[in-house]
Design a protein around this ligand. Structure first.
Ligand SMILES: C[S@@+](CC[C@H](N)C(=O)[O-])C[C@H]1O[C@@H](n2cnc3c(N)ncnc32)[C@H](O)[C@@H]1O
Ligand code: SF4
Length: 375
């Protein structure tokens, strides 16, 4: 099974914490859509296998697109690729775009999953991080999506926002569980170099949440997810039964995908490509038939590193038998030798021939991964 990711790199305004490649330049949307269509045609033979099991419009802000723009992209995908009948088809939306009029306009398109970037329900938090919506608008956006028949809704939340207390995070989670969504992605705030938030921290303009409180917030998140019937199937991803994101899961299982649009990545089991991170340069390169991506042929070590990195983050864990079958006994022994101290200190469990991170292990997952990766 394979996937298609379409990156829509536009935002109406920038959130202070975000360093994803996006621009505030809506005048380029029509030309970008044309280039995306052309890239889909160019990538027709990139995937080693079909059918397409998942299609994901991510951003940036896909909900900036109009019906006609989505339609022409779907027509292109369906004419070029075999799309599975039960494919999971998601778009990311900002809450203030999710009006009844907008969802009505999209109702004949094949979307069956929606991912809403909420981040917080607290208006002070939202203002501080420069979001375009209020807490009430976020709640209303979920209700509107439900009224329009979406029964597979995901929301994004961030914990550890400046000034946030454990109590506030606890209340925020209670609000989230009342919404009746099927999937929640929850990320600890990271201070990305060069962002507005990074500068605010440098200038001591904000009160940051310390590491100990961040850990407590994460433990609270896991506990409340559990109480509310959500399975933690990856460090930051939680779902009700049968509602894991199939698209993200396919990345973690190293299934092939094409990513179209500026800064999108593609992977076909033997190589990785990543597109130019500039809307204007991407459009220009596609129009002039010049190279619009960088390319890397994957070595055995790269494939091994990808495998251990993604599988250890999931609750299914790192399957030692699969590791040996795919990469040989030598690399399996290398992995076991380097992870031994973490098993002894109970940061990692070894059970059923699988390695899984414990709650303590999750807090130092980057350290564990650097020990077992091969450079
Ligand atoms: C790139 S955004 C796209 C979604 C959409 N544009 C939105 O903001 O609603 C994907 C998610 O990544 C998370 N995210 C982005 N930057 C982050 C950061 N610095 N720390 C924690 N989470 C972050 C947010 O939860 C966000 O919803
Ligand atoms: S978080 Fe989403 S809306 Fe905010 S700047 Fe990043 S991509 Fe744009």
């Amino acid at each position: 099974m394979a996937g298609i990711y379409i990156h829509i790199p536009f935002c109406n305004k920038r959130c202070t914490y975000c360093d994803f490649y996006t621009e505030v330049s809506p005048q380029s949307i029509p030309s970008l859509v044309k280039s995306i269509i052309k890239e889909l045609e160019l990538r027709k033979n990139y995937l080693p296998i079909e059918p397409i099991n998942t299609i994901y419009f991510g951003g940036g802000t896909p909900s900036i697109l109009k019906y006609e723009q989505f339609l022409i992209i779907f027509e292109t995908i369906y004419s070029l690729f075999e799309v599975a009948k039960n494919a999971e088809i998601t778009f990311e939306a900002n809450p203030d775009d999710l009006t009844e009029v907008y969802l009505e306009s999209l109702s004949s398109l094949p979307f069956n999953r929606i991912s809403i970037g909420i981040q917080s329900f607290d208006d002070e938090d939202l203002k501080r991080i420069n979001r375009r919506h209020t807490g009430n608008q976020a709640i209303e956006a979920v209700h509107i999506a439900q009224r329009f028949g979406f029964s597979n809704i995901s929301i994004d939340l961030i914990y550890g926002l400046p000034f946030q207390t454990i109590e506030a995070w606890n209340n925020l989670l209670d609000t989230a569980f009342q919404l009746g969504v099927q999937h929640i992605s929850s990320y600890g705030l990271t201070y990305e170099e060069g962002t507005e938030l990074w500068k605010q921290r440098e200038n001591n303009e904000i009160t940051i949440v310390d590491d100990e409180t961040m850990n407590q917030m994460y433990l609270l998140l896991i506990e409340k997810m559990n109480q509310n019937g959500f399975e933690k199937y990856e460090i930051s991803n939680f779902s009700l039964q049968n509602f894991r994101s199939r698209h993200n899961t396919s990345y973690w299982k190293q299934e092939p995908y094409i990513g179209v649009g500026p800064s999108a990545h593609s992977y076909n089991l033997s190589s990785r490509q990543w597109n130019i991170s500039s809307i204007s340069e991407y459009i220009c390169a596609i129009n002039n038939n010049t190279t619009y991506f960088e390319f890397e042929k994957l070595t055995e070590n790269d494939l091994y590193n990808d495998f251990v990195m993604v599988s250890l983050r999931t609750s299914d864990g790192l399957d030692l038998q699969m590791l040996e079958e795919n990469f040989g006994t030598e690399l399996k022994l290398y992995c076991l030798k380097n992870i031994k101290m973490f098993i002894e200190s109970k940061k990692v469990y070894c059970f059923d021939n699988k390695l899984r991170l414990s709650a303590d292990g999750i807090q130092i997952s980057n350290l564990i991964l650097t020990q077992i990766m091969k450079v």
